[in-house]
Ligand binder design. Structure first.
Ligand SMILES: [Fe+2]
Ligand SMILES: [Fe+2]
Length: 262
């Protein structure tokens, strides 16, 4: 059965828990997933040193990899960096991690899109007109039988909570994704793992922070393992256990695939 690993919010820099790097890499080697998708916030303050650390970590992932930037991956609004923040806010991400920023990954039975939903001034969580058109075109050109996946940093569903944790126009975005056959959305940003299924049948998965001490609401460090077949999508949240020095099974979700329901 195809397997994906969903990592997020590694936040290299302040609060990075360096000892977890080797644990995650060891488990990725053991799982050998068909793809690894990283849903943003690779750094804490978008410093060059932090991006260099992120790049060194990502270089050790041997599986097919898709990354997107998070809001923390833009230079901060400081006297030194504000101009770069406003004019070339993704230059460091492109230099150290990935260019172009909006990218795709095609693997065994899946087609994944990574879409940058950040903004240099407003809280992120929206797409430009050009991005919406690109998403539609990419999804329409994707292999028909593929599981269509999109990764965005901000939340497309956040259990009733409003901005700024989530997307500006989630209903509009989800309707677009539903029209073009997306079945799985991968989000980061909140550092709170979880999964749900929308009325469209789209499965929305949040990842916790894999490598940062900035854990939230009692959730420790975590990442997700996702498997799927023709009928269902399963999400396994793995949480770090210090005694085992390993990420262990914490929660599991299984959802019917929307194509199987149609
Ligand atoms: Fe984050
Ligand atoms: Fe974030």
């Amino acid at each position: 059965m195809p397997t994906l690993v969903h990592l997020s919010d590694m936040h290299f820099g302040q609060h990075h828990v360096a000892q977890l790097d080797a644990v995650v890499l060891r488990e990725l080697a053991a799982l050998n997933p068909d793809g690894v998708i990283v849903s943003g916030d690779l750094t804490m303050r978008a410093r060059h040193t932090e991006f260099a650390q992120a790049r060194a970590f990502l270089a050790q992932i041997t599986q097919p990899l898709l990354t997107i930037p998070g809001n923390h991956d833009q230079p901060i609004l400081s006297p030194r960096d504000w101009l770069e923040r406003l004019t070339h806010q993704y230059a460091r991400y492109e230099k150290y991690v990935c260019a172009p920023i909006d990218a795709t990954l095609t693997g065994v039975g899946f087609f994944a899109l990574g879409l940058n939903d950040n903004h240099p001034l407003a809280p992120g969580g929206f797409w430009s007109h050009a991005q919406r058109a690109w998403v539609a075109q990419q999804l329409d050109d994707a292999p028909r039988a593929a599981l269509k996946i999109i990764a965005t940093h901000h939340q497309l569903a956040w259990e009733g909570k409003a901005r700024p944790a989530g997307f500006w126009f989630p209903a509009r975005a989800l309707a677009l994704l539903a029209r073009h056959g997306v079945e799985l959305v991968l989000n980061g940003h909140t550092h709170v793992p979880g999964a749900l299924q929308t009325p469209h049948g789209i499965v929305i998965v949040r990842a916790g922070t894999a490598l940062s001490g900035r854990t939230r609401h009692g959730n420790g460090n975590a990442y997700n393992v996702i498997t799927y077949d023709e009928k269902q999508i399963s999400v396994f949240v793995r949480r770090y256990d210090a005694h085992a020095d390993a990420f262990v099974a914490a929660r599991a979700f299984t959802f019917p695939r929307r194509q199987a329901k149609d």
